[in-house]
Design a protein around this ligand. Structure first.
Ligand SMILES: [Zn+2]
Length: 259
């Protein structure tokens, strides 16, 4: 039996022309992920599943508060320039992301949409310089960015620090898609080698990491203390905050952005 479709008029993929033709929309949201290895226990689509679920739930919260929000489908490829030798990590270059975003913003701008939020779910995607450039090109549309993984207070919710296929991502996937998570005994420990350069190690200098030299199992961060409960907790915290962000952006008077 086919499960009946939930009524989610704020999800573009599930909407039809009859609805969309006249539906008032104040904010369009574009979720953006990546397709990449996540240690031995999480699927390649982890970033996409996460950002899609977060966008949908935050959208529901905003919509039910009366906000006129519309969530676009997730863009599934991200910047994986440091993982060139990791099998089937599907890189999309920053310059390609600029082109993709320009095309999508051009559609919105031409059709009179005035606000876009890019909801990013992958650390390698750096949309700030791209949105600065497109902001100059399209002064009539307000462009905002949120990296969802910066929203939660990780040190409060999680025991082991990390940033890729770590305790947070693993817990969240256990909650969202437990069927796609391998038993934790099968995961690597996510051990991360540090740079020999002091400034890079301390975080005030940067160079692209050659992922295959930094970690054996492609994870950075120990996933062993992950639980469904932690996953639900972080999902609630993130979606409530991003739901409020969406509502605030919907209401934002573009002529009075500062007080
Ligand atoms: Zn990830």
């Amino acid at each position: 039996m086919v499960t009946p479709m939930k009524n989610r008029p704020y999800i573009l993929s599930e909407s039809n022309w009859k609805d969309i033709k006249t539906q008032p929309i104040d904010l369009v949201v574009l979720p953006w992920g990546a397709t990449e290895a996540h240690n031995y226990h999480l699927p390649y689509g982890t970033d996409n599943y996460q950002v899609e679920a977060i966008a949908a739930e935050a959208g529901r919260i905003a919509y039910e508060e009366g906000s006129r929000v519309m969530i676009l489908p997730v863009v599934p490829f991200g910047v994986n320039t440091g993982q060139a030798d990791i099998r089937l990590d599907m890189n999309m270059n920053p310059s390609t992301q600029l082109s993709v975003l320009r095309d999508l913003i051009e559609v919105l701008d031409r059709q009179g949409f005035r606000k876009l939020l890019v909801l990013n779910g992958h650390g390698g995607n750096d949309f700030k310089p791209i949105l600065r450039e497109l902001g100059l090109e399209f002064p009539g549309i307000y462009l905002a960015l949120c990296d969802w993984f910066r929203v939660p207070k990780k040190e409060k919710l999680f025991e082991k620090p990390g940033d890729h296929a770590d305790e947070m991502e693993t817990s969240l996937m256990m909650y969202l898609h437990g069927d796609l998570v391998r038993p934790l005994e099968e995961s690597g420990n996510g051990h991360t080698r540090q740079s020999v350069v002091t400034g890079i190690r301390e975080g005030w200098a940067w160079s692209e990491r050659t992922w295959s030299q930094v970690t054996e199992d492609t994870g950075t961060g120990d996933p062993s203390r992950s639980t469904v409960v932690k996953g639900e907790r972080v999902f609630r915290e993130v979606t409530e905050k991003i739901g409020s962000l969406m509502s605030e952006l919907c209401q934002l008077d573009l002529n009075r952005q500062y007080e």
